[in-house]
Ligand binder design. Structure first.
Ligand SMILES: C[S@@+](CC[C@H](N)C(=O)[O-])C[C@H]1O[C@@H](n2cnc3c(N)ncnc32)[C@H](O)[C@@H]1O
Length: 465
């Protein structure tokens, strides 16, 4: 009798084969934390196409477009909202004003939202263009949004959105650029007319031509490709970055998301303005990294570049964007129970204000809420390093170290917290804690210490038995 593999034994091999094919076709990688979602998504895609998973795999391997679309529907993460990472839009407004000044009046400016999901990013770019340039943007600025998930593209074209897409939008901005459509909001005519959408895999090259007469690929001025590369494997990241670089005009900008992996490319100059990473298509091959913080500018320039400076840039240097009070806003969101939005904002706060201990302390609290104690402990340590006498951060460090079983470290933090808190009035809010009083934190320290002592005693007596 020929031995046959049981379904249980086959499944991991089948899943591995899907993972390999999805890396090849879409560049996507699936960490172990998404293993269940990955398997469930494949099951749903197979059911939607009336296939068993094994034949779905064969069709995927043969490059069947319907299968790729269905898997993209099921397996991509389309999390997005209007004006996500607001400082990127400050940057865009400034870049657009500079580009418009540099061009003959009425010359087109082209923008690309690469990996646009349901379109919020592309429409935010259109609104930012109207805010920066006024009504002339309607005639001069053309935007394309592309995404591999066809459902996202359909939603983007429909241009109506629910409340959740506006979680980072001031009411005046929504009132100005959106119209009510029952319980939803529709993008107003002016920004809507500036944007086109296309279903497109970033691994398949540049977007379709934006404007009539664009056949000879005149190039994109600014690309936003944010929170997309983070889902891709290294070879796909390199390929997509090279394609994006090629799609830019000389001196054009590419803006990645704050958590996207940094990618070096001979054609791109990488810089960080106020902690925000941008890439700029170089006028010739250079290797330049400039890091600008609000307080100082540090530039490390490869010797060959120092000797051969960049030619005059068509754009003035981008000035430092003042950090917003993202920490306070993130704290308010967290206090209101919106932990996902709070986490997204605190990620920005850490980039905007990389030396602010409070930002790390709040990120540590949010990491604890997600049960990520290694991240919480690391952030609490950063907060302690950056802000001397930070009792609240010691308390967070103590509780996360305790959860990680690092009792000696945890007790050290408890003692430090107790010493610092005893110097405060009992009802005084501990600095950087968002209003938690010294009395409350001391109480938490006592409880924590008791549990650490009894855990150690338990271990010692267990060891003697
Ligand atoms: C988290 S969303 C980001 C949306 C938006 N850029 C933002 O930052 O808010 C990631 C998007 O990337 C898209 N994506 C993933 N892999 C892609 C690929 N190979 N080609 C095109 N889009 C892709 C997904 O479909 C998803 O809509």
């Amino acid at each position: 009798m020929t031995p046959t593999a049981s379904p249980e034994a086959l499944l991991p091999a089948l899943l591995d084969a899907f993972a390999t094919e999805l890396r090849r076709t879409l560049g996507l990688v699936f960490p172990p934390s998404r293993a269940q979602a990955f398997e469930a998504g494949i099951g749903r895609a197979a059911a939607a196409l009336g296939e068993v998973p094994a034949s779905l795999l064969l069709r995927l391997a043969a490059g069947d477009g319907a299968v790729i679309d269905e898997l993209a529907r099921e397996l991509t993460i389309g999390e997005t909202y209007f004006f996500r990472h607001p400082h990127h839009f400050d940057f865009l407004r400034e870049a657009l004003r500079a580009i418009a000044l540099d061009r003959p009046a009425g010359a087109p400016i082209r923008l690309w939202s690469a990996g646009c999901s349901s379109g919020e990013e592309a429409y935010s770019m259109a609104i930012a263009a109207l805010e920066a340039l006024g009504p002339v943007a309607e005639r001069t600025v053309a935007i394309v949004g592309t995404d591999v998930n066809p459902d996202c593209v359909a939603r983007a074209r429909a241009a109506t959105y629910g409340e959740w897409s506006f979680r980072n939008v001031e009411p005046e901005v929504r009132a100005r650029w959106f119209e009510r459509d029952g319980p939803r909001f529709r993008v107003a005519d002016a920004p809507r007319a500036m944007v086109r959408f296309a279903a497109r895999n970033l691994l398949d090259g540049p977007p379709p031509p934006l404007l009539a007469g664009d056949g000879a690929a005149p190039g994109i001025d600014v690309i936003f490709c944010r929170n997309v590369l983070i889902y891709l494997e290294p070879a796909a990241i390199a390929r997509v970055t090279a394609e994006l670089a090629r799609a830019l005009v000389l001196g054009g900008w590419m803006v990645p998301g704050p958590s996207d992996p940094l990618q070096r490319s001979p054609e791109l100059v990488v810089s960080a303005v106020s902690g925000m990473i941008t890439y700029r298509r170089a006028h010739h091959e250079v290797a330049l990294v400039a890091v600008t913080t609000p307080a100082r500018v540090v530039a490390s320039v490869a010797p060959s570049v120092a000797a051969r400076p960049l030619p005059a840039s068509p754009l003035p240097p981008v000035t430092v964007i003042p950090p917003r009070d993202a920490v306070e806003r993130a704290r308010r969101l967290a206090d209101g129970g919106d932990l996902a939005a709070a986490f997204a904002l605190i990620e920005e706060a850490v980039i905007l204000e990389p030396l602010r201990g409070e930002a790390y302390a709040l990120r540590a609290v949010l990491a604890q809420a997600r049960g990520d104690h290694p991240a919480a402990a690391a952030d609490a340590d950063r907060a302690i390093l950056l802000q001397s006498g930070f009792a609240f951060a010691h308390v967070i460090a103590a509780s996360s170290r305790a959860r990680l079983g690092e009792r000696v470290e945890a007790r050290r933090h408890v003692r430090n917290a107790q010493r610092l808190l005893s110097a405060l009035a009992a009802e005084e809010g501990a600095p950087g804690s968002g209003g938690v009083t010294a009395r409350e934190l001391l109480h938490a320290c006592r409880q924590l210490d008791r549990s650490l002592v009894s855990a150690s005693a338990g271990r010692a007596s267990g060891g003697r038995r």
